[in-house]
Design a protein around this ligand. Structure first.
Ligand code: NDP
Length: 293
């Protein structure tokens, strides 16, 4: 089984590393120095040109959006062999996933939208959750390959379903960050320390991954390590909002979250950590969370 991984970003780099421990793995990255480091760290091989992909059985991609995937697709499809299974781990949009699925189907190839969850820690530990849309029998064929970096793989439905579930999850993440910031700011002004409020919430029914893991580290600790960019989360919530509009499901909560994240993006820039979206509400409230004195 020969594999290839294109897009060695903060997620793709360790994912491709796990893959290479079990399967022969070719890699490619726009910035070639990252691919060269990967070759040294994991004994992978950088493709010299896209023709090298002609012998690959399973192809992985992990780019910021579906736009970059679609831009690269002609180069890949020109050389790829019939029967190829393309596992796209980009958090992309469902419509692009369906378009790619049709393009591959016409060539006797298989496209699976397979975005991941679990963050950089999950990628490094090889414990990601993978949500898959597309042909279930193709997923069965490559499940053991995906397992090299995954703890949980779920077939969500037809082509685009994996992207749709990922976007919905990200909308919930955004809602949680903004809602938690808001109530904690109110509590700070009422004289309750953020750490004290989190201590109670995390032992009560309002807790979430955001309150249990992200805020203690990043808001109370004021660390905000940029493991997942605000620009990427805003993109995800845009996709979720669009999907809800297309489904004609009234979505005031997701729409508001989308709008607030667009403002946060303008105020803070796309490269800060996603949890820094809390700083937008801090500015509006005129106080900071987690300042213990
Ligand atoms: P990064 O920004 O770290 O990496 C992006 C990758 O895409 C890099 O390899 C980059 O190449 C490449 N790239 C960007 N633009 C282009 C382009 N125009 N042409 C070719 N290559 C390009 O992103 P992440 O690894 O954080 O995220 C990747 C995907 O995974 C996103 O869809 C994100 O939403 C999702 N995700 C991220 C998580 C996280 O915690 N970070 C968690 C779960 C999902 P170069 O090195 O040259 O810049």
């Amino acid at each position: 089984m020969k594999t290839a991984f294109l897009g060695l970003g903060i997620m793709g780099y360790p994912m491709a590393g796990h893959l290479s421990k079990q399967f022969e793995t070719l890699v490619w990255n726009r910035t070639t120095t990252k691919a060269e480091s990967h070759n040294i760290e994991y004994s992978t091989k950088t493709i010299s040109n896209f023709n090298d992909l002609s012998s690959v059985d399973v192809l992985f991609t992990c780019f910021p959006t579906s736009k970059e995937v679609i831009e690269l697709a002609p180069k890949i499809l020109e050389v790829a062999k019939a029967g190829l299974v393309w596992v796209d781990c980009t958090s992309g949009d469902p419509a692009s996933a369906r378009a790619l699925n049709r393009m591959l189907e016409e060539r006797g190839m298989f496209y699976l939208d397979a975005p991941v969850s679990g963050g950089v820690a999950g990628a490094i530990n090889g414990k990601l959750t993978v949500m898959v849309g597309g042909d279930e029998s193709s997923l069965e064929r490559v499940k053991n390959v995906i397992e090299s970096f995954a703890a949980k793989i779920v077939h969500c439905g037809p082509s685009g379903a994996g992207m749709a579930v990922k976007a919905a999850n990200q909308a919930l993440l955004g809602v949680n960050i903004l809602a938690l910031s808001e109530v904690l700011l109110g509590l700070e002004k009422a004289g309750v320390r953020t750490s004290t409020a989190l201590d109670v919430i995390n032992a009560s029914s309002g807790r979430s991954n955001v309150s249990m893991n992200l805020f203690p580290e990043r808001v109370v600790g004021r660390g905000f390590p940029a493991t997942f960019a605000l620009g990427l989360m805003a993109k995800d919530v845009r996709i979720a909002s669009q999907a809800l509009r297309e489904a004609r499901v009234p979505s005031p909560i997701t729409s508001l979250t989308e709008n607030l994240l667009e403002i946060a993006l303008r105020e803070l820039g796309p490269d800060v950590d996603h949890v820094a979206a809390s700083q937008l509400l801090e500015r509006w409230a005129g106080t900071e969370l987690g300042i213990e004195g």
